[in-house]
Design a protein around this ligand. Structure first.
Ligand SMILES: O=C(O)CNC(=O)[C@H](CS)NC(=O)CCC(=O)C(=O)O
Length: 299
């Protein structure tokens, strides 16, 4: 990391300062067609890398998104399977760090079909540098609007992954619904995170009401960047095997540690670029040291 910072300070060959590294936050409409999803992901990673991004953020369930748990179980592979290999190849080919959400066979998958909802962080050589398995499962019933019971087919992850040193700073991993739990983000912050990531597939209803305020609140409270790649739009099911298609809210964003939305994806499959400046993280924290003002004696 220090070497990264030093080379950054030197600037470009013509002497102009290079500035903080760029990240790309992506938006995608995954379906139950894994090959098409992988092609769409590769297209986004390629575009991001051509435009100079050092790290690319893909959404939750980038491998596939479908309406039924049993179908999810059938499409799910282990982390040593060809889907993760395809993402590793993508990171390596395009020379970027890659954050991506995938389904992963759980330890009892062959008996009960249960999966983990996992978030992988890959380095620019395609090595898996961190794995986080979603700890908060989305079991929600808003009558007539949203009914999802993630725990029907998903196992809760057992732990929080320690933040990982990357060229854009110390990256802490969450997933989607985890953004609703401030204690989780505080724990990542205490462990040294400078950038929090929540690859997501928010529902349209909850996204309209809560998405941006939740992400901005987590950024303001932790004084971290928050990068939230998003599933977006109608997840059609080409093979026709799932019930009513899901619709996701989209609005993939990057929020800075002051709480400003500094990049937001547009319509459909798209990406947005933002600078991630760990100098700003340090400035915000030193000018308003909320972390040191916490009253551990009271709460
Ligand atoms: O199950 C899969 O295949 C992929 N996983 C998801 O889409 C998950 C679990 S259903 N979605 C969320 O957590 C939405 C949270 C949300 O919308 C909120 O917090 O309001």
């Amino acid at each position: 990391m220090d070497r990264e910072r030093a080379s950054q300070a030197k600037g470009t060959p013509d002497g102009t300062p290079e500035g903080p590294p760029l990240v790309a936050v992506c938006q995608l409409t995954s379906t139950d067609d894994v090959d098409t999803n992988l092609r769409e992901c590769e297209d986004l990673v390629c575009r991001a890398s051509v435009r100079g991004a050092r790290a690319v953020f893909l959404p939750e369930a980038s491998d596939f998104l479908c309406g039924s748990g049993s179908q999810a179980s059938g499409l799910t592979q282990g982390l040593d399977g060809p889907i993760v290999q395809a993402f590793r190849d993508m990171a390596r080919r395009h020379g970027v760090w890659l954050s991506v959400g995938v389904h992963e066979r759980g330890p009892t998958w062959s008996e009960d079909g249960r999966v983990y909802n996992s978030h992988l962080l890959l380095d620019e050589h395609g090595e898996v540098r961190a794995v986080y398995r979603k700890t908060h499962l989305f079991d929600v019933d808003l009558p007539g609007v949203v009914r999802l019971k993630e725990s029907d087919y998903t196992l809760p992850g057992p732990c929080i992954a320690p933040p990982t040193a990357t060229p854009i700073g110390m990256v802490g991993l969450g997933i989607c619904y985890d953004v609703r739990f401030p204690e989780f983000s505080q724990r990542l912050r205490q462990s040294g995170a400078e950038v929090l990531t929540y690859p997501s597939a928010f529902t349209l209803t909850t996204g309209m009401a809560h998405w941006e305020p939740l992400l901005r609140a987590r950024a303001i409270e932790t004084q971290c960047y928050v990068v939230a790649a998003a599933q977006a739009g109608r997840h059609s099911t080409p093979r026709g095997s799932a019930p009513a298609p899901r619709v996701s809210f989209g609005h993939g964003v990057v929020v800075d540690p002051w709480g400003c939305v500094v990049a937001q994806c547009g319509h459909g499959n798209s990406l947005a670029l933002a600078e991630v400046d760990t100098g700003l993280v340090r400035n915000v924290r030193s000018s308003m040291p909320v972390h040191e003002h916490r009253r551990h004696d009271l709460y």
